[in-house]
Design a protein. Structure first.
Length: 165
């Protein structure tokens, strides 16, 4: 193996240091990250919203009592809502929006793969004492659900309803 030149060694050391800092800063949280442009992917419960078109902000608290507060939210069809998800607990929690059937299936999958990463615009994985924002456009009427799908949390009752009228 050929020795590295001083410039290459310094570049490699800098790259490794930056990568380490990124890994440490990331921690165990997987909050929703701002995207260049909202996805146009349609789901039964709506689609990713444009932050510039938010009509209201709703704060949802997650606690170690395995509850969301509030556990029922009401929105009008067409509303683009910022869901500010706060974790007031000491354990990791998440909020995932979907239909009840999809959340139940996802909760089962999480039991098999508890370290599964989340990167969908309708999910926020929030570290203790942190918060994350989801921006969602509710463009379909109906009753939808949200829940924490970390193994055991959904089963303990960590779920809520979204009523879209």
């Amino acid at each position: 193996m050929t020795p590295l030149s001083p410039l290459r060694a310094a570049t490699l050391a800098s790259s490794l240091a930056l990568a380490s800092i990124s890994a440490i800063a990331h921690g165990d949280a997987h909050p929703a990250q701002p995207r260049a442009a909202p996805s146009t992917e349609q789901h039964a419960w709506g689609r990713e919203g444009d932050p510039r078109r938010v009509t209201r902000t709703l704060t949802i608290d997650m606690s170690d009592r395995m509850r969301f507060s509030p556990d029922v939210i009401k929105v009008r069809r067409g509303d683009t809502v910022r869901l500010r998800v706060k974790n007031s607990g000491a354990a990791m929690h998440e909020l995932v929006i979907g239909t009840e059937a999809e959340l139940v299936a996802h909760a089962e999958l999480m039991k098999k793969h508890p370290g599964m990463e989340h990167d969908a615009p309708y999910m926020a994985h929030v570290a203790p004492r942190r918060q994350a924002d989801l921006v969602w456009t509710f463009n379909r009427t109906g009753t939808f659900h949200y829940g924490c799908l970390i193994p055991g949390h959904w089963e303990a009752g960590m779920k809520g309803l979204i009523q879209v009228q």
